[in-house]
Design a protein around this ligand. Structure first.
Ligand SMILES: [Zn+2]
Length: 191
């Protein structure tokens, strides 16, 4: 599974959530399918979310750290959603990523549009997005997790009645529908 063979699907509604969805996750929090198999995939993802070139993009050593950050960030979101206390190590990792030791200008204007400064790493842009969502009650209370097995994608439910259940109808939603249909057929056959 790689973005070189399948398109980037952006369904999170926030940069930080789409970043967490660069893998499929088991209920235990393990990566089931990895989409970021290397710097090439990361570059494709960055282009898809309009981040463009980042200082850490071509550094294979940075990939490991980025994935560790992704795992920690996901645990922070799961803690925030369920109202549980986050693990200290996850909190420390997050704060380390946003610990700007050298003065950085985080905001830039490119071609007339506001943008993350090109000096920020992928993790830092994602971290800033996460900071905004994690700390805003009206945002975090709308973050949902797709209940489909081995998906675990996170998304902001912006539907009017908060009835969005699946990451996407065309994938997990349809799979569930097909399963229900199949189940009904079996039950019907037994009668
Ligand atoms: Zn899903």
């Amino acid at each position: 599974m790689s973005y070189q063979t399948q398109p980037v699907r952006l369904i999170g509604g926030r940069l930080c959530l789409d970043f967490l969805n660069t893998a499929d996750w088991s209920a235990r929090g393990d990566v089931v399918h990895e989409k970021l198999t290397g710097p090439k995939d990361l570059a494709i993802w960055c282009r898809a979310v309009s981040l463009g070139k980042r200082p850490d993009l071509d550094d294979p050593a940075a990939m490991g750290e980025l994935k560790a950050f992704r795992a920690s960030l996901r645990w922070l979101f799961l803690a925030a959603i369920s109202g549980e206390k986050p693990k200290k190590s996850d909190l420390i990792r997050f704060n380390q990523v946003l610990d700007f030791r050298t003065p950085l200008a985080p905001l830039a204007v490119r071609r007339g549009a506001f943008a993350y400064s090109k000096d920020l790493s992928v993790a830092q842009t994602v971290g800033l997005s996460a900071l905004a969502t994690l700390t805003l009650p009206q945002e975090i209370e709308r973050v949902e997790i797709c209940p489909s097995k081995d998906c675990g994608w996170l998304f902001l439910d912006e539907s009017k009645n908060r009835r969005r259940r699946w990451c996407a109808m065309e994938t997990c939603g349809n799979r569930a529908k097909a399963r229900r249909h199949y189940q009904r057929q079996i039950e019907g056959g037994l009668e």
